[in-house]
Design a protein around this ligand. Structure first.
Ligand code: FES
Length: 377
């Protein structure tokens, strides 16, 4: 009885100490200590630290708008090095059992990461997060992943709508935190939102705009659902950024909104090499597998960042680039293998692919070789 009492007290003290342990020891040292002391007793005593799973605990919840909340998470020692713009996969205990969803990190500090979640009443995970989850809740998360991250461009414009603000918000904050020599010289944010009341991070966006000379924030109120792109939206965009063709654009928001903005950029001959697009939903074009052109010759592939060359034999050209690379023993970063998570996204430097691509961004898990030479970033 006494033992149980003492064990419970110790477990409570350890739980209270999680933020301090992670801050003071750091995740690497904590991992070293925990991995050398994991046994049946410690696993029961503190399953957040003595575990082989990557877990996160909710340490604060903020209401951003009437239907959007931010969850501040303290990940355990198995989580490392998130980059602004990346997302995590979170496993929720929904009414139908475990369900996993990807959420972009809206804020990153040395100890915590945040996700900002809009309620979708028909969804499975967001109602659970909004209605059931309280401070102290622990769930499994994946490593941070995705390629929708800033890559040192000097003139950057984020065009986003609705909860598509989340990667832009974390990237802008990351850009401002960099040493002045590494900073982009100009950062623009053009944010489509329904109304002032529905604007996520409204106060903090106003502060970003007023406190930082290099940042310009422009809000565009739709009054309609945010994915409707109207002529007045385009007029406002051009008025705010007459030099739009000189910008490197990061685009994030609902699929309809993204497609309309891409269509507009195509219409003005925008250089699509300067466009990065974030997405979590399967694009329409993937459903039309018939349109995918299959090559009938060997393809040489160069993965520039890894300095790896390999050949896809003609017989494997009906495989995705990811599958074909794996058949040659080449490892490429990936997650869902279905074009939804963005983990495999890379840029096409030269050559042609068919299947999923947006601008110069391609998704090797759903893209096929369409020329006999490919250079990927
Ligand atoms: S988009 Fe998820 S692995 Fe390619």
């Amino acid at each position: 009885m006494l033992n149980k009492f003492l064990t419970d007290r110790l477990a409570k003290i350890l739980e209270f100490m999680h933020p301090w342990l992670i801050k003071t020891l750091g995740r690497d040292r904590l991992e070293y200590v925990a991995s050398n002391t994991t046994n049946e007793v410690t696993k029961k005593l503190d399953p957040f630290i003595w575990t082989y799973d990557c877990k996160a605990k909710v340490i604060a919840i903020r209401q951003e708008t009437s239907d959007t909340k931010t969850f501040v998470l303290l990940p355990n020692q198995h989580f490392s090095d998130p980059i602004a713009g990346q997302h995590i996969e979170l496993t929720a205990i929904g009414p139908k059992g475990d369900a996993a969803r990807c959420y972009t990190l809206s804020e990153i500090t040395p100890e915590t990461v945040s996700i900002t979640v809009k309620l979708n009443p028909q969804g499975e995970v967001s109602p659970w997060l909004h209605d059931q989850v309280a401070v102290g809740q622990v769930f499994n998360i994946s490593a941070a992943r995705g390629q929708f991250v800033h890559r040192d461009q000097q003139q950057v414009l984020f065009i986003c709508a609705g909860s598509g603000i989340t990667p832009a918000f974390s990237m802008i904050n990351q850009l401002l935190a960099q040493p002045s020599t590494d900073k982009a010289s100009e950062v623009g944010l053009f944010y489509r939102t329904q109304s002032p009341e529905n604007t996520i991070f409204s106060k903090r966006l106003a502060q970003l705009d007023s406190l930082n000379k290099q940042v310009k924030v422009e809000l565009s109120y739709s009054r309609l659902p945010v994915d409707v792109v109207t002529p007045s939206f385009i007029d406002q965009l051009i008025a705010a950024y007459p030099d739009i063709k000189q910008q490197h654009i990061y685009l994030c928001g609902p699929e309809l909104f993204r497609n309309d903005v891409i269509q507009y950029l195509e219409s003005i001959n925008f250089d699509m090499h300067n466009l990065d697009v974030e997405q979590f939903t399967l694009p329409e074009l993937l459903q039309d597998q018939q349109s995918i052109k299959k090559l009938d010759e060997d393809v040489t592939v160069l993965l520039k960042s890894q300095n790896i060359n390999f050949v896809i034999p003609a017989s494997d050209c009906d495989k995705t680039i990811l599958e074909a690379a794996e058949l040659q023993g080449i490892t490429m970063e990936h997650g869902c293998r279905s074009g939804m998570c963005g983990s495999c996204k890379t840029n096409l430097v030269s050559g042609e692919v068919s299947g999923q691509k947006i601008g110069r961004s391609i998704y090797p898990c759903t893209a096929y070789p369409a020329s006999n030479q490919l250079v990927l970033e």
